[in-house]
Write a protein of this length. Sequence first.
Length: 380
Amino acid sequence: MANQKGPWLRLEGFGIFIEATGAKVEAMLLDKDQSYNILIIKIAAIGDLLLMTPALRVLKRNFPKTRITLLVGSWSRSIIEGNPYLDEIIEVPDEAFFKVKLRLLIPLLFSLRKQRFDLVFVWHRSFAFRFFSWLLSVKYRIGFSRRGDHRFLTHYVPENPGLHEVLEYQSTLGPIGINDHSEIDLDLAIPEEARQFAEGLWQKFELSAPVVVVAPGGAQNPKETMPLRHWPKENFAKLLAKIVGGLGVKVILLGGKNDFALAKEIAAGFDQGVINLCGQTTLKETAAVIQKADLFIGNDSSPMHISTAVKTPALSFFGPTDPLEKAPLNYKHHYFYKPEKCSPCYQNGRFPQCVSKKCLWSISVDEVFAVVAQRLKSGR
């Protein structure tokens, strides 16, 4: 039953709002036996692309004849390549949107308009992406409301604090009649050459189980860098000393080029037992190495989500972000979280001015090592 309230129509029981612009607006009734041309806009970041993969799987399963195209940024494209539920991937330089490069956006706009999409999912919360979807002249535009703002969408889902992002992406499928939002497994295709790289790494360094992968950095993308999400480097160094020195287990440090200096500093006190590969692996090679390892340890960042996708047992650290919304949804994952009165402080893409990181400093090396030792003892 629907209630008219000013310029909005509420569909009770679904939590979905539909913008009314004069004429009566009704929820879409799509025929699952028909073929539709659907565009998904999700430029970055790497972790977010993995978190949306269950929604892709559900969409394709319910509309098997539908053609699904993903518009994605160059920086993170490789992590989604090989996804079996995508028919086409269109790559755009990340700065086109994040730095508003009209010389890139205008040709992209006209190219996309030629494809005559029936529906677009805007899996960003910012105004800019919603406005871009409207410029595409697509009849149905579905996405998220942000602080009550959902301009340029025809259908939207309201903010739902505390709802995990995996489920939040799936909630946007409600307007097309998909209301089972229970999928949690992430999809990540690893090519054979990446698996061979990992195998060669084990042979080169004469690695044998157990092997631990640690990602001390991360939490950065073309739009922003978020060191506030890092467990302190001093703690990582002390933890490695316990793992390598106390357990005799070798550790591989992984991350991007920007993490190399951090990892080098953490590994400075070790003559052997620690292998710093930061900046030396592709995303798929990173995934293959994490998959082959026995345990992953890292911050709330893309390597953490990769560990979930490849089903490697993992430990992670949360402070400014909410683990209810971000932490992996599987039994093999253990997260550490000691919230302060101000936690979680990350809201709508912004952090407050914080210099203490008390929420992360309060996670002790000893308590983390106890879980590490227990996980390594029990095996995968």
